[in-house]
Design a protein around this ligand. Structure first.
Ligand code: SF4
Length: 477
C-alpha cells in the first residue's frame, strides 16, 4: 500500500481478527513522550552491571547454587564483520582476516569446557541463538565446527519444539549455506534487512539488493525452516514514508514470519562509525513518527500481530500464541517464548541471565582469550539482583509482555505490599493515566491501546536505576 493512499489511523480501541488488541496511534502523545529510554531487554539494564561481580563471583555462584536439570538457553556471540554498517552500535570486530575466526573458535571451545563443568548434562538446550557481529563470517567449515563443539559440551536436541536460530547477513550467505544451516540443526533464521532502498543502503554502507535476499528466502522455505525473521530499522538517513512503503512492499512479498523494527539512535559521540552518516540526512523526530506510522499501518493492515514494542509476527507464530496465553518473555534477543528459564552466554561480550544474576563476558577478543587461556571463565562484570530489583523486574516485564500487572498478585508473589513499596511510582502513574496511557481497574494496572506504543515510558516509571542525565538511550519512538 502506498503511503498517500493510507487510511487515517484508528482513533479508538481496535481488535485484530485474532482477537489481539491493536495499538492506537495518537501523534500528540507520541510527540510528548518521545524521550530517550531503555529497551528493557533486561531489568536492571546492562548499564548497572558492576566490575565488583567478576569471574570469581560468577564461578562461585555457578558452583554453589542448587543443582538443576531445567532446560537451558545458550547464546553464542560471533563478533566478526567483513564491512562496517555505519549505523551499527553492536560489539563487533571489522576484519577480512578469516584466520581470526579460527583462533576465536579455539577459545570458544575452551570456554565451553569451562562453563560446561557447571551445567548438568541432563539439561536440554531448548533454545540456541548465534548472534553478532556476523555468525556466518565463520564460513561453512567454521559453523560446522562450532555446532560440533556445542554438541560435545552440551545436550543439544532435535525436538521439533527446539528454537535454534542464527543471524544471517545476506551479503555473505549462499543458498548452499542455508541448506547447511538446516543440516546443522537450525530451524530459525534471522535476516538483517534494515531497508531495501538502494539510496538508504548506500548511505549506511550496507548494500544488499532485493535480488540478493529473494533466493535465500526461497531456499529457507524449501528447506522448511520453522520461522524466518527480518530486522528492519527506521530513522536511517534518506528514509521517507515513500521509501519505507517500498521497502515494506518488498518485505511483505517475501512474507517473513516475524519482523522486528528497531529505531535508529544517532549517537555519533558514542559510536564512531555513525560519524560517517550525514546528520542532515537523518530523519527529524516528526519524520521518524511518520515512518513508524507507515510501518505499523502497513504490517498490521497486512495481518501481522503487533506483539509489542518493536515486534510483529504472523498470527500462528509461537510469539503470537505466547502473547495470547500470557507466557511471552523478554530477553537480550527481544521477545521470546518460555522454553528455558536460564540463558548462558558464550563468546566476547555475551551476557548470561539466571533468575537472580546477570553476568557479562569481557568485551575485547584479546582480554577474553587471555582469560580463557588462563583456565578461568571470561566473565567481566555482572549484577546480583536485590529483592527490590526482582519486584521491579517482574512489574516491568509484565508491562512489556502482558500489558499490565495486578498489584495484589505481584506483591503477593514477592511477599510485599506492592502499593506501599511502590507507592511513589504508582502515584507517578497519575499523569500517564490522565493521558490515557494506563488505566487502573481495581488492583490492576493495564496498558491501554494508546499506551502500547509508549510502554517503554510506562516501564521507566518503575525503573529505580534510571538516570537520563548520565545514561544514553535510543528514543522511545
Ligand atoms: S550491523 Fe551487523 S553486520 Fe553491520 S557492522 Fe554491525 S554487527 Fe556487523
Amino acid at each position: 500500500m502506498k503511503h498517500a493512499e493510507r487510511q487515517p489511523p484508528p482513533t479508538v480501541s481496535a481488535v485484530s481478527p485474532q482477537g489481539v488488541q491493536l495499538p492506537v496511534w495518537n501523534s500528540e502523545l507520541l510527540r510528548k513522550y518521545d524521550v530517550p529510554g531503555p529497551r528493557y531487554t533486561s531489568y536492571p539494564t546492562a548499564l548497572q552491571f558492576s566490575d565488583s561481580f567478576d569471574d570469581l563471583a560468577w564461578e562461585s555462584y555457578l558452583r554453589e547454587r542448587p543443582p538443576t536439570v531445567a532446560p537451558l538457553s545458550l547464546y553464542v556471540h560471533i563478533p566478526f564483520c567483513r564491512d562496517i554498517c555505519y549505523y551499527c552500535g553492536c560489539n563487533k570486530v571489522v576484519t577480512r582476516d578469516a584466520t581470526r575466526s579460527d583462533r576465536y573458535l579455539d577459545s570458544l571451545a575452551r570456554e565451553m569446557a569451562l562453563l560446561a563443568r557447571h551445567v548438568d548434562r541432563r539439561r536440554r538446550i531448548t533454545q540456541l541463538h548465534w548472534g553478532g557481529g556476523t555468525p556466518t563470517f565463520l564460513g561453512n567449515a567454521g559453523m560446522t565446527r562450532l555446532m560440533h563443539e556445542l554438541a560435545v559440551h552440551f545436550s543439544l536436541n532435535d525436538s521439533p519444539q527446539r528454537e535454534y536460530s542464527i543471524e544471517i547477513d545476506p551479503r555473505g550467505v549462499s543458498v548452499e549455506t542455508v541448506a547447511l544451516l538446516k543440516g546443522l540443526g537450525f530451524n530459525r533464521l534471522s535476516l538483517g534487512i534494515q531497508d531495501f532502498d538502494p539510496a538508504v543502503q548506500h548511505a549506511v554502507n550496507r548494500e544488499q539488493p532485493y535480488a540478493m535476499v529473494e533466493p535465500l528466502m526461497a531456499a529457507a522455505r524449501a528447506h522448511r525452516f520453522d520461522s524466518i525473521s527480518f530486522d528492519l530499522i527506521y530513522g536511517l538517513p534518506r528514509q521517507s514514508p515513500a521509501t519505507m512503503d517500498d521497502t515494506l512492499e518488498k518485505v511483505l512479498r517475501l512474507s517473513p514470519d516475524r519482523i522486528s523494527c528497531y529505531s535508529y539512535a544517532h549517537l555519533p559521540g558514542q559510536f564512531s562509525s555513525q560519524r560517517s552518516i550525514d546528520r542532515l540526512e537523518v530523519p527529524s523526530a516528526e519524520a521518524r513518527l511518520a515512518l513508524l506510522h507507515t510501518i505499523i499501518d502497513t504490517l498490521v493492515g497486512a495481518g501481522y500481530v503487533y506483539v509489542g514494542m518493536d515486534h510483529f509476527v504472523k498470527p500462528g507464530d509461537e510469539l503470537a500464541k505466547a502473547l495470547d496465553n500470557g507466557t511471552l518473555q523478554r530477553n537480550f534477543q527481544g521477545y521470546s517464548t518460555q522454553l528455558a528459564p536460564e540463558l548462558l552466554g558464550l563468546g566476547v561480550s555475551s551476557i548470561s541471565s539466571t533468575g537472580d544474576v546477570y553476568c557479562q563476558n569481557l568485551k575485547t577478543q584479546d582480554a577474553w582469550e587471555a582469560r580463557i587461556a588462563a583456565g578461568r571463565l571470561p566473565a567481566q562484570r555482572g549484577l546480583v539482583l536485590s529483592e527490590d530489583d526482582r519486584l521491579r523486574r517482574d512489574v516491568i516485564m509484565q508491562l512489556i509482555c502482558t500489558m499490565g500487572f495486578d498489584t495484589a498478585e505481584t506483591g503477593h508473589r514477592h511477599n510485599v505490599d506492592l502499593m506501599e513499596v511502590l507507592r511513589p511510582e504508582i502515584e507517578r502513574l497519575a499523569p500517564l493515566e490522565a493521558d490515557g496511557l494506563v488505566e487502573r481497574i481495581g488492583t490492576r494496572v493495564n496498558v491501554t491501546p494508546v499506551g502500547r506504543l509508549l510502554v517503554r515510558n510506562i516501564c521507566m516509571i518503575f525503573d529505580a536505576w534510571l538516570d537520563p542525565q548520565k545514561q544514553r538511550f535510543s528514543r522511545t519512538i
